[in-house]
Write a new protein. Structure first.
Length: 146
């Protein structure tokens, strides 16, 4: 069975953020890092070359595939910030709550497991912090270990 491609690395998060381009994305990344630290209570670690992750959890699919992943996190990409909010999929109630909050958050797009934001000026950061907290709590309920 293939290993997960996205694994923790030894890259320093502050060094990674210091090199994010363009400068506006770098400044947004600093704000997102502070927000995720506050909402999760965790110190970040790099996952793969571009994902800043907070906490870990162990998953195992019915297929037998298993691995470890960040409980939450983000990646400051040039086009859009990718926000990893897996708790949105833990249970129906959490999903509905997060979807309602996303409607209040501001300009964004959703994908299979991500929320995409062009720039932080487009969204309400207090709402995002609430979403990160709700998703974090859901992940802790579903995956208490880690």
């Amino acid at each position: 069975m293939a290993e997960a491609k996205t694994r923790p690395t030894e890259v320093d998060v502050a060094d990674f953020i210091a090199n994010v381009e363009p400068a506006a994305k770098r400044e947004d990344a600093k704000v997102l890092d502070a927000l995720f630290r506050k909402a999760t209570g965790e110190e970040p670690h790099m996952w793969g070359p571009t994902i800043i992750g907070y906490g870990t959890y162990h998953y195992k699919y019915d297929s037998g595939r298993e691995g470890d992943a960040a409980r939450s996190g983000f990646s400051p990409r040039k086009a859009k910030h990718s926000l990893y909010l897996m708790g949105r999929y833990c249970d129906e109630e959490t999903g509905k709550k997060v979807d309602a909050l996303l409607e209040k958050m501001g300009k964004h797009k959703t994908g299979a497991s991500c929320v995409y934001v062009n720039k932080l000026a487009d969204i309400d950061l207090d709402v995002l912090e609430e979403i990160v907290g709700v998703c974090w709590d859901a992940m802790k309920r579903k995956y208490p270990e880690g």
